[in-house]
Design a protein around this ligand. Structure first.
Ligand code: ATP
Length: 632
């Protein structure tokens, strides 16, 4: 290091920093001086690109900007300390996105931290963003460690985001313009920034390598398919054409293999056949021997066309040596759209990707969730279903998170573990999640982020490991806009969205009727042709649940095992039979009368009336509004 560096500042840097940090800061200072010709007291205005150029840059980094958007905001909320701002940059240190408290924007801007600003080392000297790009690892540049004195008010903690080729494609940075920040304060922030950078890397990897075979690896079988595994993408010729940073470390340990054949001593064909020979490629983790010694557990995700290719080829082998393979629970439904959702859901659930189902009430969201759970984790694992709309606001947190003994008046002496803990090792299904109160949403988010539950009244958190499927029949995007649902939670739960078709749009309704009748009665019951015609023409606002109620009712009256038109419930017939013959408002008047009567019968108890109709409460409210019936 040359003699013209101000001794006091460099000593401060040496004292304040750990070993690796020392080296990084000192080497960076060296670069600043020798390569970039900077001086400590250089005073310069920040270089900020014009708005139009910044926009172009965002477009060029469209995927990154899109995927990072929610993540940057969640990180900002999670840091939860005043004075910090979060920044996202491109691969050369240009800020693309930022989140900060409104009141602090002027001070960040004055210090050059704003969209469009260039934070390369070359331009701004040693700094969180620029030095992180050079070092390719998380780093904190604390006040005086900045090379330019004008930046010594800043404390910046940054982590790199890598693309599948292992190059830094972005930096996530958390900065503060505050005098009182100590280096040790940054440790917590550093862990979080690194975790979020890692999450962003995985999202980008999945997106960019969607058409390739992805091999998931982990030394422990239970972490394969979770967010902790390492991912390698494989080209058809067996060449490794992408890897996450964790996977790169595994590759380095396996003699920096660039080919699957070098890594596992089997070619790509043999590897994929090995996976698909068992359960058509949906199998759980399998042990793989690493060339040169060691074992890793792995599983593969592959595009559907390839899976079919391998499954097809492996069939003869399987038939020659019948394997006692675990039987995958199949759904009996024949509707192609529903089967496709089941198929996709099963693959995503096996990869621990959160699923958000939408669909009308009674369309079978819970039914599908349960079958997806059974197909991936098996019947022996817990499937815990909670209807968030059915739990009173004061009880939901207790139900979900449990409580410590004596946490509140009336609490069980030994405490209550909570339903989330019951789901440990299995699946948690949260129905009507849009109805979850905001306070519970915050706690749930913390559980999802930390994978730990803290029961009410306790400071001890308990680790939990469960897969999540949520369902909603309200538009959660709208609920976010209305301030009723947390955006960060929506980001978390919406890993993949599946839209369950309403019964009226299904092609297998006659088949469903037959299956339900067989399940409902010990005796053989069938529908007359007229009833089949009526049932297939009905709009089914309450979907399968409504169909079950109608069939249950009708089969009681069916003589000789045949359901005729007059065995159907009255309100069903009002809706189904009259529309064909009456004018629209006459129908509505009849419907209104029938509904009022039913509400009277149930003392205007909404849930009971909805139950009697075989529809959900929300559908009933909508129907009442349509018919101009006000709640009493
Ligand atoms: N495809 C199906 N085959 C047989 N039964 C089904 C099917 N889909 C749903 N059901 C049955 O219909 C009833 C309602 O289904 P489910 O509870 O899964 O609907 P949902 O969409 O979760 O409703 P909600 O939004 O009101 O909670 C359940 O009794 C379920 O077992």
């Amino acid at each position: 290091m040359s003699g013209n560096l101000p001794g006091g500042r460099i000593e401060a840097a040496l004292q304040l920093s750990g070993g690796a940090q020392n080296r990084a800061v000192l080497e960076s200072w060296q670069r600043c001086e020798e390569r970039f010709g900077l001086a400590h007291d250089t005073l310069r205005r920040p270089e900020v690109m014009p708005e139009s150029q910044t926009r172009q840059l965002r477009d060029r980094n469209g995927r990154l900007y899109h995927h990072a958007h929610d993540l940057v905001r969640t990180l900002y909320r999670k840091i939860d300390a005043s004075g910090y701002a979060v920044f996202l940059t491109d691969n050369s240190g240009v800020i693309l996105d930022s989140v900060a408290a409104h009141s602090l924007l002027p001070s960040f801007r004055t210090n050059g931290l704003l969209p469009g600003a260039v934070w390369s080392e070359e331009r701004e000297g040693t700094n969180g963003i620029g030095t992180c790009i050079v070092e390719g690892r998380p780093i904190t540049i604390h006040k005086d460690e900045h090379f330019l004195s004008q930046h010594s008010v800043l404390t910046c903690t940054a982590a790199p985001v890598f693309d599948p080729d292992g190059k830094v494609c972005s930096v996530l940075d958390v900065s503060a313009v505050r005098d009182d920040i100590k280096r040790t304060d940054c440790l917590r922030v550093r862990g979080m920034v690194a975790d979020y950078a890692d999450a962003l890397e995985r999202i980008l990897f999945f997106d960019e390598r969607a058409g390739d075979v992805i091999l998931h690896l982990h030394p422990e079988a239970r972490h394969v398919g979770s967010t902790r595994d390492a991912m390698i993408s494989i080209a058809p010729d067996g060449k490794i054409n992408g890897a996450t940073s964790t996977a790169r470390r595994i590759l380095a340990a396996a003699n920096n293999s660039t080919d699957i054949a070098d890594m596992f001593e089997m070619d790509v064909d043999a590897l994929l056949s090995k996976f698909t020979a068992q359960d058509g490629g949906n199998s759980s983790a399998m042990a793989l021997n690493i060339a040169g010694g060691g074992v890793l557990f792995g599983s593969v995700t592959m595009p559907e066309r390839m899976r079919r290719h391998y499954v097809g080829r492996s069939t003869p082998i399987a038939s020659r040596t019948p394997a006692p393979a675990r039987k995958i629970a199949q759904i009996a439904d024949r509707d192609p759209a529903l089967r496709r959702i089941y198929d996709i859901g099963t693959r995503l659930h096996a990869r621990d990707i959160n699923i958000l189902m939408s669909g009308e009430t009674g369309s079978g969201k819970e039914y599908l969730a349960r079958h997806i759970h059974e197909a991936t984790l098996g019947k022996s694992r817990n499937f815990v279903a909670i209807n968030c709309a059915a739990l009173p606001e004061g009880l939901i947190e207790n139900e979900l998170f449990g409580h410590a003994g004596g946490a509140f008046t009336g609490a069980a002496r030994d405490g209550f573990g909570g339903r989330i803990r019951e789901a440990n090792g299995g699946t948690l299904f949260l129905d009507e999640i849009g109805d979850m109160p905001l306070a519970a949403q915050g706690r749930l988010l913390r559980v999802l982020e930390s994978r730990k539950v803290e029961p009410l009244g306790s400071t001890k958190s308990v680790p939990v490991d469960f897969r999540l499927i949520c369902a909603s029949n309200v538009d959660l995007g709208q609920a976010v806009a209305d301030g009723k649902f947390r955006e960060d939670l929506l980001y978390r739960i919406k890993g993949a969205r599946l839209a369950v078709p309403p019964l009226r749009e299904r092609s297998d309704i006659v088949d469903v009727i037959g299956r339900l009748l067989a399940a409902l009665s010990n005796d053989y019951v069938e529908c007359s042709d007229e009833v089949i015609r009526l049932l297939t023409r009905h709009q089914w606002p309450g979907n399968v649940r409504e169909l079950i109620n109608v069939l249950q009712y009708a089969s009681v009256f069916a003589e000789n095992g045949v359901i005729e038109g007059d065995h159907l419930p009255d309100d069903f017939r009002i809706e189904t039979i009259k529309p064909a013959t009456s004018a629209r408002d006459a129908i509505e008047r009849a419907e209104e009368g029938a509904l009022r009567q039913l509400l009277d019968d149930h003392h205007w108890h909404i849930s009971n009336t909805a139950k009697a109709l075989g529809i959900g409460r929300n559908t009933l409210y909508r129907r009442m509004a349509r018919l101009g019936i006000e709640r009493r």
